[in-house]
Design a protein around this ligand. Structure first.
Ligand SMILES: Nc1ncnc2c1ncn2[C@@H]1O[C@H](COP(=O)(O)OP(=O)(O)OP(=O)(O)O)[C@@H](O)[C@H]1O
Length: 342
């Protein structure tokens, strides 16, 4: 079941379309990495899904129930959100912060839940210390605990790793993975820093200028980024037909110059559409080797003009989809590390 579905979701601030016709699908049990450059529209999307902002147009379905415009939906009670600032009461302790929220949302046995949440996020020892004295990482973890009050089924986290050091980052990642594995909580995490998402996300959505560029699973990511073989022959259409027949299970993409790229599942449909062939549902069984490709073509006397093995870096792949350059990605990573060091 999909926990989140958006259809042509749009948010305009005056002439700025922060989110522009976004289609998004998050399935139950996903850890969904929502990736995009600064200003791509991640926060605005998260706010609309959390019910903190109303869409200008489009539809949001939560847990299968539709809502349009800004209408309230009971689905919101199943969502925990850490979007923008954690919203802590600075002069209260961690426990008091949690208790206020637990009482305001009517949690049954609030004391037990608050103690359990403090333990889950590793803040059980902080005692009466006021939240304003906490480190950034501790504030993030308390923000996460607040989002978890009421035991939500869906957690929305906007840039949760921003500004926290590597140790805190690891601790936070561990908590999120436990929530997902042990309690089946679906987690959506937005970030422009790939490193953290890469280590935990099971699905990804890449947003660029307010619209979804692509959604894919972890396996599809690795298939797209694994090594692949590129071959150019004198008769690309015939060569493609031969390769599809002899290398069943691989995926094929035809480039504008007629070069055929053989890899995992990515791009299989392009090849099929272009030559009207029948690539079928190619499962990712790993890319065939250059030898496999040349042997298959040689058996049919195809003339090979070029043959090469391509390696693709995961970060480069994301940067391509997000529409940036590797230098920009490196700058963003340095900026994030700077914030973490402060
Ligand atoms: N309240 C607002 N009023 C006007 N423009 C806004 C508002 N909120 C967001 N925007 C604009 O909408 C676009 C998308 O912003 P958003 O914060 O959703 O992006 P983002 O992907 O979360 O970026 P970041 O990682 O920097 O937070 C940006 O151009 C931003 O300047």
């Amino acid at each position: 079941m999909n926990v989140i579905e958006t259809y042509a979701l749009t948010k305009a601030y005056g002439s700025v379309r922060a989110v522009d016709g976004l289609d998004m699908r998050v399935a139950q049990g996903d850890i969904y990495g929502f990736v995009g450059k600064n200003g791509a529209g991640k926060s605005t999307t998260m706010k609309m899904i959390a019910g903190l902002d109303a869409p200008t147009a489009g539809t949001i379905k939560l847990f299968g129930a539709e809502r349009t415009g800004g209408a309230f939906s009971s689905a919101f009670s199943r969502i925990g959100a850490l979007v923008e600032q954690p919203g802590l009461l600075p002069n209260f302790s961690a426990y008091e912060n949690l208790m206020m929220k637990a009482l305001s949302v009517g949690v049954v046995r609030p004391r037990e839940q608050c103690r359990e949440l403090l333990e889950l996020v590793g803040l059980e020892e902080v005692g009466p210390r006021k939240a304003k004295k906490f480190s950034l990482g501790m504030k993030q973890r308390l923000g996460l605990a607040l989002a978890l009050v009421g035991s939500p089924d869906l957690l929305l986290l906007d840039e949760p790793f921003n500004g926290i050091d590597p140790e805190e980052t690891r601790a936070l990642r561990g908590v999120l993975m436990r929530l997902n594995h042990e309690r089946g909580v679906t987690v959506v995490i937005s970030s422009h820093v790939l490193d953290q998402l890469n280590r935990m996300a099971t699905r990804f959505g890449v947003i660029k200028a307010g619209h979804m560029v692509r959604e894919f699973t972890e396996d599809e990511l690795h298939a797209a980024c694994g090594s692949s073989v590129r071959v150019k022959t004198a008769d690309p259409a015939r060569s493609l037909a031969i390769l599809e027949e002899r290398l069943a299970g691989a995926a094929f993409r035809v480039e504008p110059d007629g070069g055929i790229v053989i890899s995992g599942t990515q791009g299989a449909r392009n090849a099929t559409a272009r030559f009207g062939g029948a690539a079928g549902d190619a499962a990712n069984t790993g890319a065939p080797t250059a030898e496999d490709v040349s042997r298959a073509l040689a058996a049919d006397d195809q003339t090979i003009l070029e043959l090469s093995v391509l390696e693709r870096d995961i970060e480069e792949y994301f940067v391509e989809l997000m529409g940036g350059t590797a230098d920009e990605a490196a700058d963003a990573e340095r900026a994030a590390q700077g914030e973490r060091g402060r």
